[in-house]
Design a binder for this molecule. Structure first.
Ligand code: CP3
Length: 318
């Protein structure tokens, strides 16, 4: 998801040149190029590294491929036995190379965001071998063999700390951790599989002396967001489209940086509806620590002119 450039013809051209999506992720010159493309066109304040959350499972030894028009596929696992941390960061070296290039080529005023998937979300793909609407295979394993599932999560926590630390060493200025499937867990399950691993990653990075701001994105999580932020110790919180900004702001207090939550479908639609939505978010966030952004990934059918209009409206406010 995110799916950055697919709405841009220049992305589609570079992707074609790369061959496949994963080839693009592992070609530092081309991954650099597609990261820069939206910045050139729209002069955003931040660029997000071009990569994918599923590169970590691949680096750990799981097979990964993308079925055209369908999405990711992985060989099936049900415990951590076939996963290996040895060599994983070497495998990911092209990503660090992309980050290094970007820290040179991005304009000074554009922040570079590095990222990874949160363990629960990544594990949900690893256990199902694909994306699922309800993460049932992962939830089933977490209940039927919690020790086996925990072993997968533990490997992911360790690999993700190394991966994000290496991105910072290469020049990432902000980190974002995507928990796209936070909504499928509740109560103790949410605490164990979403909160604890996210907290462990952030604590692990801080223990290494890394002070880089970290944004957590627990998409559509049903927990109290003040408690979540306190528990994981993030510096910023990404809001999905369903989040009510004022409610979350009241829960987190004035110091938390919030990010989001314009509906990507409204950006596809454009026109008056888009203008109204943007005005509403600007009004609700005026004077608060808020990063204007979408509530989820930009969709491929988004007309680039609507993005240009969004920038105009948001900048006009400042
Ligand atoms: O904004 C960006 O594009 C930056 C890089 C980025 C990608 N994926 C590139 C990508 C980021 C930050 C991601 C995150 C990601 N990837 C998430 C979590 C964030 C979220 O939005 O919830 C998840 C769950 C994935 C896994 C993934 N990658 C899926 C399910 C798919 C298939 C989606 C589809 O509709 O086909 C991808 C593919 C993917 N990742 C593309 C891109 C640009 C599309 C590849 C292409 O066909 O060109």
């Amino acid at each position: 998801m995110r799916q950055a450039g697919r709405y841009l013809p220049e992305y589609r051209a570079t992707r074609e040149q790369a061959g496949g999506f994963l080839d693009l992720c592992y070609a530092p010159d081309l991954a650099e190029e597609v990261t820069l493309q939206p910045i050139r066109r729209f002069d955003f304040d931040a660029a997000i590294l071009f990569a994918d959350i599923l590169l970590i499972p691949q680096a750990l030894g799981q097979e990964l491929w993308f079925e055209t028009g369908e999405g990711p596929r992985l060989s099936l696992i049900s415990n951590a036995e076939s996963l290996s941390l040895d060599g994983a960061q070497n495998f990911l070296a092209p990503v660090f190379d992309t980050v290094r290039r970007l820290s040179q080529s991005l304009p000074q005023h554009v922040a570079l965001i590095g990222f990874a998937g949160a363990p629960w979300t990544v594990a949900s793909y690893m256990v199902a071998g694909r994306g699922t609407p309800d993460q049932a295979p992962a939830r089933h394993l977490a209940h039927s063999d919690a020790a086996a599932f925990q072993s997968i999560i533990d490997v992911l926590v360790a690999a993700t700390i190394d991966y994000l630390a290496a991105q910072v060493a290469a020049g990432a200025e902000v980190l974002q951790i995507f928990e796209s499937w936070a909504a499928s867990l509740l109560g103790d399950d949410f605490e164990r599989w979403c909160v604890a691993p996210m907290a462990a990653i952030i604590a692990g990075l801080r223990a290494r002396g890394i002070k880089t701001p970290i944004i957590a994105f627990p998409r559509a999580a049903k927990a109290h967001m003040g408690d979540y932020c306190d528990a994981v110790k993030c510096d910023g919180l990404g809001l999905d489209t369903s989040a009510d900004i004022e409610t979350i702001r009241a829960q987190t207090g004035p110091d938390m940086v919030l990010q989001g939550n314009l509906d990507p479908m409204v950006l596809v639609e454009g026109g008056e509806k888009l203008e109204k939505q943007i005005a509403l978010i600007l009004q609700k966030t005026r004077g608060t620590k808020h990063i204007f952004n979408l509530g989820h990934g930009i969709v491929p059918q988004t007309p680039p002119e609507h993005v240009a209009r969004l920038i105009e409206l948001v900048r006009g406010e400042n």
